[in-house]
Design a protein around this ligand. Structure first.
Ligand code: DND
Ligand code: ATP
Ligand code: GLN
Length: 678
């Protein structure tokens, strides 16, 4: 990799959709505007620049579309476009009427570095309500495998064209024109099946009330179905006001997600830019096998090749990247996500309790985040089942590292929720076990190794399972998705095991937020809210090692990395199979500066921190080792649990199957070779 900081090294492509104040029936003037905008897109490093329907002539010129002088002027304008763009990076896609075999077609013309790559005609000509296109144009719907004569050359012509970058094999462009998107099966559906990843829509769509929302809906839906990027450029200022008005809507959408959109009714030139992630599109198509089962196209596509060869410089990254991919910063989205996550946990546990007729829910309550979340879910479940809070049996089980604060928080929370609880000191049993094992701790030595830790975690689990037998209940598991990803739990006789785990689908960053959400939405009493806030403010620790001077010795995040970064790494590696270097680039783009992007609303100011590239690289290496090598055997035997996030699950029966004796050699090599140390 020549330059880690260049988006083009990470299989992103920068694309642009543009519009300008069109001059009706004045192709030369319009070509000058297009050249000017193409220059701007070039300066920003864009690889593709899409203009509106009939952008060279203007759309709303009615019968002028058939005037000889206009059609000649179009050819002249295309010639000047070719000449002026010879040294520019972007592929340009412009709209113009062109003659083929005596008929006039409404066309998208693709030009790159002075050369016409091909011409795609519009398939579906609107001829209803305010539209009369069939009066002037012929439909290109059945035109395949043809050449059109343009500037004295034979140029590929038809709806069967894909423009493919030889140096970016996933960058495959096709185009359709306005109404083409409004039919049940748009031409772009076939183009995507044929291999296109980026679809340009050249549009002239007059505005009426609420129509902009429908256009966006169509773009999102088409990009989600086609698993592609969809670039929409609508004509605006300058179009004829004879009977209608125009709003110049521009949007860039990727697999259903809006990457960028402009304010509508713009003045003068507008250039909307976003960076498309070609890896995400490829991964999604690889994962969703049904995409390939849908392989029936009415014709073979012709691949027209071009070489992009972008400068590999630092252009930044123009796409929304969430700091917390599992916890969206959009307030409404987050509210909905929290509601759904909580309801998924509650409904899954409720079903299990009802199905087996369990009388009691047994939970170890530590005063940490995970057992708190599990307890909140359990409380909601017993309320809905109307079996009384006393059917939850909470056990706080102090060990050698338990702090006064966490124990106190655990007890206060159980009191506030009105469950039945007991304190069960595991230290005598742990001492006995360590003594039986001839562990040095039994001789008074300060040896706090993994055995010392796991004896405690194991005894807690042992007690919980036997208590469940004793009280006809089940043990509710608390381990979260992040811990499963990292193998941060004690296997078997330990917190890895339970009868049913409500948290296994929730990453730590989402659990933290869910508890905030439970406080804000006042699901439980005010008292409970205050205790929940104290729990949120406590440093995350397994508390398995004794503390000195009442200071926490064992910080989880100091050992396995900040959960903010590890959840970020998990999301992109699990959900999208991205290379570690790309995950580092994405993390760098948002985490390297506290002022970048949006924070979650209400996120505590003192917790807003940045990570430099060497920290990002270090924790990603830890992640990769733990995820690919160390932790799979723990996941291979994990208990039942509901999937919660579309960002992925780790159940070996569901989302993630992997060998329990794997290695991470190639991931580590990829990371270390391609991510600079600082
Ligand atoms: N691939 C594989 N297939 C089969 N067995 C494998 C294996 N890899 C290791 N092993 C064996 O597994 C054992 C190691 O695994 P394990 O016994 O789980 O122990 P281990 O993962 O080494 O230690 C547990 C860690 O989790 C932390 N913890 C525990 C409890 C709660 C929390 C929390 O904060 O939530 C954190 C604790 O601080 C400690 O660092 C060894 O005996 C090893 O030989
Ligand atoms: N002192 C304790 N009393 C009762 N149960 C405990 C205690 N410590 C740990 N456990 C049980 O073991 C589980 C794992 O311990 P751990 O400390 O990792 O989890 P946590 O404190 O709930 O959450 P977090 O890992 O987010 O701090 C807990 O969720 C809890 O069920
Ligand atoms: N130019 C067109 O094809 C316009 C038709 C389309 N249904 C629209 O109103 O946006």
């Amino acid at each position: 990799m020549k330059n880690f900081y260049s988006l083009y090294e990470h299989n992103f492509v920068r694309v642009a959709t543009c519009n300008f104040s069109v001059r009706l029936a004045d192709p030369i003037a319009n070509s000058q505007e297009i050249i000017s905008l193409a220059g701007k897109a070039h300066e920003q490093g864009a690889a593709l620049c899409v203009f509106p329907e009939l952008s060279l002539s203007g759309y709303a010129i009615e019968d002028l579309r058939l005037q000889h002088v206009l059609l000649d002027s179009i050819v002249e304008a295309i010639s000047s476009l070719c000449q002026a763009t010879q040294t520019l990076l972007p592929v340009l896609i412009v709209g113009a009427p062109l003659i083929f075999k005596g008929a006039v077609y409404n066309c998208a013309i693709a030009i790159h570095k002075g050369k016409i790559l091909g011409v795609i005609p519009k398939s579906y000509l609107p001829n209803y309500r305010e539209f009369y296109e069939a009066r002037q144009f012929a439909s290109g719907q059945h035109i395949v495998d043809r050449q059109i004569t343009l500037l004295g050359q034979q140029v590929p012509f038809g709806v069967d064209l894909l423009f493919s970058a030889v140096d970016y094999p996933d960058f495959v462009i096709s185009a359709e024109i306005c109404e083409d998107l409004w039919v049940p099966v748009p031409p772009s559906s076939y183009a995507c099946i044929g291999g296109a990843t980026v679809i340009a829509n050249l549009s002239a769509s007059n505005i009426t009330i609420a129509k902009a929302d429908k256009r966006l809906l169509l773009c999102q839906s088409q990009s989600a179905r086609g698993i592609c990027a969809y670039l929409y450029a609508a004509a605006g200022q300058g179009e004829s006001s004879t009977d209608v008005a125009w709003d110049g809507q521009l949007s860039i959408v990727e697999n259903g997600r809006i990457l960028a959109q402009t304010d509508r009714f713009p003045e003068g030139q507008t250039c909307l830019i976003a960076d498309i992630d070609l890896d995400i599109l490829r991964q999604e198509r690889m994962q969703v096998g049904t995409f390939h089962q849908n392989l029936s196209v009415p014709y073979d596509y012709r691949n027209i090749h071009f070489t992009l060869s972008p400068a590999l410089v630092d252009l930044g990254l123009k796409r929304p990247v969430e700091r917390f991919p599992f916890v969206p910063s959009d307030v409404q989205r987050l509210e909905q996500d929290c509601f759904e996550a909580y309801r998924i946990q509650v409904s899954a546990l409720k079903q299990r309790i009802q199905a087996i007729g369990a009388k009691k829910l047994v939970i170890g309550i530590s005063g940490g985040l995970d057992s708190t979340q599990a307890l909140l879910v359990a409380a909601q479940v017993v309320d809905e089942l109307q079996i009384g809070r006393e059917s939850i049996l909470g056990y706080t089980m102090p060990g050698f590292g338990t702090s006064f604060e966490t124990k106190n928080n655990a007890e206060a929370l159980m009191d506030a929720l009105g469950i039945q609880w007991e304190c069960l000191d595991i230290r005598p049993a742990a001492k006995q076990m360590l003594q039986d094992m001839k562990h040095p701790y039994a001789d008074g030595q300060a040896v706090y190794d993994v055995t010392f830790e796991n004896v405690q975690a194991g005894l807690r689990t042992d007690y919980l399972f036997r208590l469940a037998n004793h009280h006809h209940g089940i043990v509710i598991g608390t381990g979260d998705l992040s811990e499963l990803a990292l193998g941060w739990c004690t296997y078997g006789v330990g917190d890895q095991m339970s009868h049913y785990n409500v948290n296994a689908g929730l990453p730590k960053t989402l659990i933290q937020h869910l508890i905030r959400w439970v406080i804000q939405s006042r699901h439980f009493s005010e008292d409970a809210g205050e205790i929940l806030q104290r729990i949120l403010d406590t440093e995350i620790s397994p508390e398995l090692i004794p503390s000195q001077d009442n200071k926490t010795l064992q910080s989880t995040e100091a050992k396995i990395g900040p959960y903010a970064l590890q959840d970020f790494n998990l999301y992109y590696i699990l959900r999208y199979g991205l290379k570690p270097s790309k995950v580092a680039f994405l993390a760098y783009s948002i985490w390297s500066d506290v002022n970048k992007g949006n924070w979650l609303s209400g996120f505590p100011e003192d917790k807003k921190i940045a990570y430099n590239l060497s920290e990002i690289r270090h924790w990603l290496e830890v992640f990769v080792k733990r995820f690919f090598v160390f932790s799979q055997f723990k996941r291979s035997a994990m208990p039942n649990a509901p999937k919660v996030s579309a960002g992925g699950g780790l159940s070996p029966r569901g989302d993630w199957r992997a060998p329990s004796d794997g290695n991470a050699t190639i991931w580590i090599k990829e990371l270390l070779e391609n991510v600079p140390e600082s």
